[in-house]
Every structure is written in structure tokens, then in C-alpha cells.
Ligand binder design. Structure first.
Ligand SMILES: O=P(O)(O)OC[C@H](O)CO
Length: 417
């Protein structure tokens, strides 16, 4: 049997489910054994894979979050593009089977799919229906706008129903990148970087400034609690423990919510938008990750990788993964199967992610982003946001600094590629 190493970043309930899927594949045939290894957060997993490649110790497959796409695309020689692998191995693979918003993110300018969609998400809102009711709010109505979210949070805190209104995962992905797409605002030139390496960041506009200033003010007023940098690991427990009544996270935060938020009823909603913003709400953008195949492994492994990918994208496996985790059904067939199985009717709120990502035809501001060195730029986003929370800078200064620092990284990346 040929072993295939798969490095991934799925912890908690998601990691357990991933291992279950791998076990299902390994039991389904006897030529290959896929060996999954958890390598930490998305940035840690990607950094580990790049370092391993330099040392000649790369795994055959690595899970890379969506914002690593620009860097991986530029790493020619280190990756074996998926469209090429599937053609070389004559594997069962139809890019048209995937949802358009997913395919668009991972194809090159010639329309070739470079990595294998596996876990695509989008951020949504979760809220505590019981706390809403205790605060005198309608338990069936989540806030639709940021203005409502502020007043609901105030009512929740002032009534004593919960000590905090809002917490959120991912300041970068949710409160900056998706905030912008949802309001049809750019975060960079050249179609958020899709148009080429000469792109510059532009996420210091009035919308982003207003939002970061609001989050800092809401923190000072006791309405908002920060969940920490990168994915914001401190946010989920605040929601589970009923400390914060409203929580934003990946649609795949659902697996954790189902397992841990067991003492109260959870409601789901779309992301809020600022009243009176032209074009809002637009559509949210995808997150999550895809599987990149690394070059330089023993040739015997690649047919197995192709076979495993075909298994992973089958409607049954995808529908099961989608239903358990909250990740999007990445193929039309998995979406149809899930609906036929009655899952959306039996689990209200589980279709919000798909409705939100397809709410409107994506614009150049809302189809996603593609920047080199974006993993580092995300760290800058966290750093500058924390400076605003600490009262060291106002949001305009922090976002101006972020643009300047990020553009330096983009110019270095452009020069190196
Ligand atoms: O938590 P995930 O897997 O939905 O990913 C969230 C972000 O897209 C990561 O960049």
C-alpha cells in the first residue's frame, strides 16, 4: 500500500470529522492509505508546508486557507496544479460540477483549477435566542443592520440578560474583508488583486474606518468583546458560555455550536450591514481552504491523490461534510442531495451561508481577494486593529498605516515574482 501524507488545519469537531472521512476512504480501497496530520492553525500549516518543501520533506497534500492562494499560485515548481494532476491521472473530475463562487476563487486566468475545493465557508451570524427573549427582544429576529446590532447589544447588556452583546472570530476575514464585500467596497486595486501583482491595498475607506472605530467604541462601552488575533479563538467560548449573545464566525463554526452551545437555543442570521449604504447587502465571500498537491513526491503517490480527491468530491461525502460542519456544499450535486434529504427543512438556518454567498451576482469588490504575502498582511490587520482597541490609534490612522505596511509587502512580493 502507498501512503499519502495530508497535512491539515482542522481542529476540534472538524478534525474528528476529517479523520472519519479519511477512514472511510481508506476502508473503501486497498491500494492507498491516506495519513492525515493536524499541523495547527491555517498560517502554521501553510508555513510548515513551505518550510518542508525547502527541506525536501513536503507532504503530498496540504490544506491551505483561501488567502494563501496568491502565494501558492506563485510557488511554481512547488505545486502540482490539480487540473493537471487530474488530467494526467485520467481521474473523474469535472470543474463544472463545483459551485461558481468556489471555482472562481481557485482558477488561474486561463480558467484552470489549481487546487481542490474541499472546505469552503462564509461567515454568518449566530445568536442566543434565550438571551434575546430575556432582554425583551424578539427571539426570532436577529439584527439585520449594524445600527440594530448596536441597539440590541445595548438592550442585552443594560437589561442584564448577558454581560456582552457581540463577539467575533476573524477580525481580518469577517470584520474587514467580508465587511467590505458585503458593502460592495474594494479592499485593493485591480479587482482586489485578481487583476495582477501590481495591486495595492485600499482598505482604509470610510466604511472600514467607521466599522473599526465602532468596534473599539463598543468595546469601551461594554457591548463588544474581542476574540483575539488570527481566527479569534477566544470568541467561541464567550458565545457557548452565554457571555456574548451575538457571535460571528465561519459557517463551519456550526459544528462547534452544535456540540458546545447546548444550554440555549441558537438562531442564525446573515451578516449585518450599515443602513443607507448603496449596494449593501451585496454578497459575502468564501473562506475556508482547498487542498494543494505538492510536487516532488514519489510518482506512485499521485494516482492515489487523484483517486482520493474524486472520493472527497463525491456528492455523498461532500453532503455529509457540509451537513456536519457547516462548510458550503461545494458541488451542485451535494447541495441538491442535501435538500432532497430534507436537511435544510429540519435544520433551520443551515442554508443561510449559501443564500448569503449567492445573494447577488459578485462584483469586482465581492468575488474575493488575491494578494501575495497575504498571510503576513493578515497579521498586520490584527496588529493594527489591536492598536485601535488599545486606544493607541484611531481607526483612520491604523488603517492608513496598514495600507502603507501592506503595500510594502506587496511590492516585495511583486519584485520577487
Ligand atoms: O474557519 P474557516 O475554515 O471557515 O476559514 C475562515 C477563513 O476563511 C480563513 O481564512
Amino acid at each position: 500500500q502507498t501512503e499519502i501524507q495530508w497535512w491539515h488545519a482542522m481542529g476540534g469537531e472538524l478534525g474528528t470529522k476529517l479523520e472519519e472521512i479519511v477512514a472511510g476512504y481508506n476502508a473503501s480501497q486497498s491500494d492507498y492509505v491516506v495519513v492525515p496530520t493536524y499541523k495547527g492553525t491555517y498560517p502554521e500549516t501553510m508555513t510548515a508546508a513551505i518550510a518542508a518543501f525547502r527541506a525536501g520533506e513536503q507532504p503530498a497534500v496540504v490544506q491551505v486557507f483561501e488567502v494563501g492562494t496568491g502565494t501558492m499560485m506563485a510557488a511554481e515548481g512547488a505545486v502540482y496544479p490539480v487540473y493537471q494532476l487530474m488530467a494526467d491521472m485520467q481521474a473523474d473530475f469535472d470543474p463544472a460540477a463545483f459551485l461558481p463562487s468556489v471555482v472562481g476563487y481557485y482558477t488561474d486566468t486561463d480558467g484552470n483549477m489549481l487546487s481542490m475545493p474541499f472546505n469552503s465557508s462564509t461567515p454568518i451570524m449566530y445568536y442566543n435566542k434565550d438571551v434575546f427573549e430575556a432582554a425583551g427582544l424578539d427571539r426570532e429576529t436577529p439584527p439585520a443592520t449594524w445600527e440594530e446590532l448596536e441597539s440590541f447589544s445595548r438592550q442585552i447588556v443594560e437589561s442584564g440578560a448577558a454581560p456582552c452583546g457581540l463577539t467575533t472570530a476573524w477580525i481580518s476575514w469577517i470584520q474587514t474583508e467580508n465587511l467590505s464585500a458585503w458593502h460592495n467596497q474594494p479592499i485593493g486595486t485591480l479587482e482586489n488583486g485578481f487583476g495582477g501583482l501590481g495591486t495595492e491595498l485600499s482598505l482604509n475607506g470610510p466604511l472600514q474606518v467607521k466599522h473599526w472605530d465602532n468596534l473599539a467604541r463598543w468595546q469601551d462601552e461594554g457591548l463588544f468583546q474581542y476574540g483575539g488575533p488570527t481566527g479569534g479563538d477566544d470568541a467561541p467560548p464567550k458565545f457557548y458560555a452565554q457571555e456574548c449573545a451575538i457571535y460571528m464566525n465561519s459557517s463551519a463554526g456550526r459544528a462547534g455550536v452544535v456540540a458546545n452551545a447546548t444550554d440555549f437555543e441558537v438562531g442564525y442570521g446573515m451578516l449585518p450591514y450599515y443602513e443607507g449604504t448603496d449596494g449593501a447587502p451585496q454578497n459575502s465571500i468564501i473562506g475556508g481552504a482547498t487542498l494543494w498537491v505538492m510536487a516532488g513526491r514519489d510518482e506512485a503517490e499521485y494516482p492515489g491523490v487523484a483517486d482520493f480527491f474524486s472520493y472527497l468530491s463525491s456528492a455523498e461525502v461532500q453532503a455529509d461534510w457540509h451537513q456536519f460542519t457547516g462548510y458550503l456544499p461545494i458541488t451542485q450535486a451535494a447541495y441538491d442531495l442535501t435538500r432532497e434529504q430534507g436537511f435544510y427543512d429540519e435544520n433551520p438556518g443551515t442554508e443561510i451561508s449559501i443564500q448569503q454567498i449567492t445573494l447577488n451576482e459578485p462584483t469586482p469588490n465581492s468575488k474575493g481577494l488575491r494578494f501575495g504575502s497575504y498571510v503576513q498582511i493578515r497579521s498586520l490587520i490584527d496588529e493594527e486593529f489591536e492598536a485601535v482597541l488599545a486606544g493607541d490609534k484611531d481607526a483612520q490612522t491604523a488603517l492608513d498605516d496598514l495600507v502603507a505596511r501592506g503595500n510594502t509587502l506587496l511590492r516585495e512580493f511583486e519584485a520577487a515574482n
